[in-house]
Every structure is written in structure tokens, then in C-alpha cells.
Design a protein around this ligand. Sequence first.
Ligand code: HC0
Ligand code: SF4
Length: 569
Amino acid sequence: MVTLNIDNKQISVPEGTTIMQAAKQANINIPHLCYFEGLKSYSGCRVCVVEIEGEPRLATSCSRKVAEGMKVNTHSARVRRARRTILEILLANHPQDCFNCERNQNCDLLRLAFECGVKKLRFEESEKRVLPIDSTSPSIIRDPNKCIACGRCVRVCHDIQTVNAIGFINKGPDTMVATSMDRGMGNVACANCGQCILVCPVGAIKERSAVDAVWAAIADPTKHVVVQEAPSVRVSLGEELGLPAGTLVAKKMYAALRRLGFDAVFDTNFTADLTIMEEGSELVERVKDGGVLPQITSCCPGWVKFMEHYYPELAPNVSSAKSPQQMFGAVCKTYYAEKSGIDPKDIINVSVMPCTAKKFECQRPEMNDSGFKDVDYVLTTRELARMIKEAGLDFASLDEEPAEDLLGLYTGAATIFGATGGVMEAAIRSAYTLITGRELENLDIEPVRGLEGIKTASVNIDGLEVKVAVAHGLGNARHLLDEIKEGVSPYHFIEIMACPGGCVGGGGQPIRFDSTLKKKRGEALYEEDRNMAKRCSHHNPSVEKIYKDYLEKPLGKRSHKLLHTEYTS
Ligand code: HC0
Ligand code: SF4
């Protein structure tokens, strides 16, 4: 252990700890900008400088390691002056259109400027950059004029996601973040995961908004506007609307959606259950008939795009089942249209997702099996919260309402889809029954839960040892994918979610710099599952009904046409 003094407080920490981490342990917050918990230190912005007794130069606390007897001052006059100057220079290069910025009231640069005592813009007259906005991606918009080159997005994309869609160009004060050859986010290997948005301290990266288009659809009397919401949105939406993280708000959300003007309120969880029937049946078929194994889940469009760029040879391993979002779109414009007597050309399908890649997924050319664009618009959790605020709804005081049964009932298995390992757990619960005809006694598959990067389990199904693995975050996924390529993968079934934590950590989720949020959101999903009377997808009465009335059976002819796909690009 090393003992040092920070702001007149004696602290003992393990050797190798940085001053920033040591200060945090002592509840001393050192202002920082390019530093981000969970990412490698970069020491680019120098906002986190501190004064070390006996040293002529200020040191960056995010990179400097502690030393025995070190005496640190985190807020001496010199330190505060240095921080203010750094922030003033950053602000001098930054557009001053905060009122209409996506990150209004949630901007790290503005918060720091205020907290660090920046009182006026000293370099106000300096010339601002005017760079073209990158709107080449269906999911993400980049405004390089707002970029402060902190490199958080580059590090998350490179170190955590291993995609390398963005990087630094130029040197010194001209350093900038850009895509390779400046081709734009839509023309490089970007997975559309949106993790770069979650770490951006300012409004330089954001989702491509569908808010205006959705308001216009709602206002159009000739349209019947239907909405579905992803599993994880029910445990994160409340955060944007004044409720504690991990509050389950499904029924308030349904009420809010009706107040906004949606004509029918359903739930993606219904098609999560349907996905298990299709994907589970596909797995059973592959195991029995000697098909390509391991089967890999297909519901995460960020992962599917990553596969297409980096592991195209593994396409046969990916389940042919569409994601719940897209299954919903297809059955809504066929089954629901038929049942309700509404012409599918008049149905507008909106989904609310924790995900930016879902915006990409819904416009893939494969996703038109209803004869129309199956899902018209995707809103992120953040965008729905904005609409609720714009409508002036007091979300916390809304009475709870149910979704509509036909495409809205769900089981506990569906709700845990939103956390890493949840799809696997749901699949095991039903695959057991599909194979044996009996119900699994203990439905809690603990080894696939939690935030470990890669989780594995082995389940005995009537003598067959079914080996499964779960990865979240594309960097983690690579380990399992490389094993398959090398022919040494021992698994039958693998779940991959592009975002760390699964959908609870999706790129469309509320931006809050609190590392415990994903855990709270995930726990709330497992709690909902625990409290539900039906916890297996094959027990969902609306799923039984759709097979009886319309689809006939899993992997049947109609199911195949509407619920399965082959990725073409
Ligand atoms: Fe997910 Fe999904 S669970 S990908 O993470 O499978 O986005 O929440 O909606 O489609 O259901 C996201 C979340 C979904 C889909 C579901 C899957
Ligand atoms: Fe990288 Fe994901 Fe951002 Fe694309 S969306 S640049 S893959 S972090």
C-alpha cells in the first residue's frame, strides 16, 4: 500500500493507483473531461491537473500514479487558473448554440465551465470552425464543430467495441475525430451501436432523430399509428423523467404513449416471446439434424452489422430468426391488419428502442416481408422522453394502463431480453420444454446473468449437455467468434449483444455518467421476471393465439416468410 496526502487528507491505496482513483476513494472529485471510468486514460484535455508539492509542473491526475509521501493539492489557485484557461480555450472553439443542442442540461463541458468558475468567454472573438455535419449514417449524426477531441468516442469504439470506425486525424490544436478517409459514419464499418454517443461529453454525436416524423404521423388522420417498446426501455425511461434508475415504468409508459396520440399500444416483449419460439425451435432443429453450430442469436442489429464486416464467414451460424422489433413489424402489418380490418398501407409502425442500431435495422432491404416497410420509425428511449416532455405530461403521476393484448402480452422470459444473458436464459427455458415436453424446474439460469464480459453454462437436457455462452460488448464477442473460426468452439448456442450490459446499456439509453445504472436497470428486469405469473415464452397466451389463428407453427411456412430472414449484404 502507498500512503499519500490529498487536500490534507491521509489516504492509503494500492501501488499503481492513479491520483484520480485515489482521490475518488477519499470522496474527492477531481474535475475531468477526457477521462472516463472504464476507458484507458488518454491525458489529452489536462482538465484534471493537480499540484504536487515540490514539482514545478502540474500533473494530470488521470495518468499520474501515487507515490509514498506524495502531497497533492487538487484545487490550489494555480490549478484552478489552469483549468479555467483550458476550458476557456475549448469554449472558444465551440459553437454557442446551447439552447438547441441535444445535450442541453446534460453537457459535461458546460457543467465543468460553471463548476470551475469560468465567468466570461475570454476568446469570444476567435474564429469558429465550420465543418460539414456527417449525416451519412441511418443511426448517428456527427457534428465535428462541437467535437472537443477528448477521444472518449475513439477509445470506446477502439478499445471496448474493437470496431475502429473512428479515429484521430491531424496533430496539436488541429487534432480531430474523423472516420477513415472522412468517408462518413454510414460508409465505414460502424456497427451503429451508439456507444460513442453515450460517452461523448458534448453534443458532437447524437442519434438521427425520428421525433418530427413521428409527431407528423400522429397528426395525420389517415394513418393508424402503432407503437411497440423494447424490453429495456421500461426500466430506463423513468430516469429521463424524474424517477430513480431501475424503476419499472411499463404501465405508465403505455399510458403516456396513448396520451401522445398513438392509436394502438403494443409491446416488443410480445415478439420477444415469439422470437424464442422460432429461435428455440431452430436450435432444436440444428442440434437434431446436424445443422451448423453454434447457433448465434440474431436479435442485435449492431452485432449483425459487425458480423457482416468482420466475420462474414460466420453468417450461417447466425439464427435466421428476425429480431423481435422486426417480427413485430411484420406481424403488425399482416396479422394485426387482418384482425383489425385496417389497410396495412395506412399503418405506421413506431418502435421505441434503447438502441441506435435499430434505426439502421428497420431500413435494411430485407425488412419488408409484410409487403411494406415493416417498421417505419425507431425512437430511442431519449427521444420518447423528449416527446413526453414536449407534450407536457407529468409522467410520474400518470395512472398505469395495460398494453393491448393481441400484440402486447408478455412473459418474464421476454422482459429479461433487455439484459445481457436474458435471451439465452429465455431460450433455455423454452428449449428444454420443446425437447423434453416437460417444464424446467428451476427457471433461474444464474451463470448467464450479470456483467461478466463472457459467461458460459452447461445445461443437461435429457442426457444432452447443451453448452452455451454469452458475450456483451463487441470486443468480448470477438473471443467467442475467433474460437468458432478456429474450429475449437465447444458451444451449441451463443448470445451476442453489441452493447456492454446488453440493451440496458444501449446507445439510445439515457446519458448519465453513473456506472451503476446498467446494473440497476438489469436487476429491475429480473425482478419483473420473478414477479410474473408466466415466465416462459411458450406460456404466452397471445403467442399461442397467433400460432393457432395465423402462423400455424414455429418454422412453418408463414412463420418462415414473416419471421425469418437471410442477411444479404
Ligand atoms: Fe433489445 Fe431486443 S432485447 S435487441 O436488446 O432480441 O434494442 O431492450 O428490443 O428487437 O425484444 C434492443 C432491448 C430489443 C429486439 C427485444 C431482442
Ligand atoms: Fe464505433 Fe459504435 Fe460509435 Fe460506430 S456507433 S463509431 S461502432 S462506437
